[in-house]
Design a protein around this ligand. Structure first.
Ligand code: TYD
Length: 215
């Protein structure tokens, strides 16, 4: 029996997703909740090795099929090693991205089809779906500008997807908006263009509302 709460964060590059992820976790811990954080791709030592292959801009030959299988391979490891055991202890797991990213980037963006994403999700996650997904929505120009300046600052060699065309990123955003329409009960949509503190407050309201509702 699963007792914990599984929250995921989604959004484009430069939506401030990772900052908001951090702020929510710190706030929830300060409020006395036990929270385990994770990320996709990554989250486990094996997942982080897979992440390197996925995000290295020199891996230009990586085919779309290999790419999606690697994202789900990292996720399957995360489910077994971290997410399911944590939920079984009744704790909260917060993940920076999950299957919705594969839906938007690979299923729709790379045109592999959402049916394939659903099949792979069944294999990798075996019925585990997020209870609540925070989607940070941002217009493309603002998001990409923020993401590119961050890549230059951090010098992390992780720009393979950020380097995609505007058309690709437009498709990805539209895919997210479609997901929100499909699963309105699971998604909390937040406008990511405003001030950091305001966005964080809004997310806190959504999460606390959800926790209260489940009591
Ligand atoms: P992430 O580490 O969240 O970086 P960012 O802060 O740029 O959002 O995600 C890394 C990249 O991987 C990002 O461009 C989105 C992409 N991605 C997919 O294409 N499919 C997936 O299933 C996941 C989890 C991420």
């Amino acid at each position: 029996m699963r007792r914990g709460l599984f929250i995921t964060f989604e959004g484009a590059e430069g939506s401030g997703k990772t900052t908001q992820f951090r702020m929510l976790i710190d706030g929830a811990r300060a409020a006395g909740h036990t929270v385990v954080e994770t990320a996709e791709p990554g989250g486990t030592p094996i997942g982080r090795q897979i992440r390197k292959i996925l995000l290295d801009p020199s891996n230009q030959e990586l085919s779309a099929t290999t790419e999606i299988l690697l994202y789900f391979a990292a996720r399957a490891q995360n489910v077994d090693e971290l997410v399911n055991p944590t939920l079984a202890r009744g704790e909260i797991v917060v993940s920076d991205r999950w299957t919705d990213s594969s839906w938007a980037y690979q299923g729709v963006g790379r045109k592999l089809g959402v049916a394939l994403v659903e099949q792979l999700d069944l294999i990798a996650c075996r019925g585990l779906t997020p209870d609540l997904t925070i989607y940070l929505d941002i217009d493309l120009e603002t998001g990409l500008r923020r993401a590119r300046s961050r890549n230059l600052e951090t010098q992390l060699n992780e720009s393979r997807l950020d380097d995609e065309t505007m058309e690709f990123h437009t498709t990805v955003r539209n895919a997210y908006l479609e997901l929100v329409k499909r699963y309105p009960a699971r998604f909390g949509v937040v406008d990511a263009s405003g001030a950091k503190e305001q966005i964080s407050k809004e997310i806190w309201g959504l999460v606390i509302g959800f926790i209260e509702e489940r009591k």
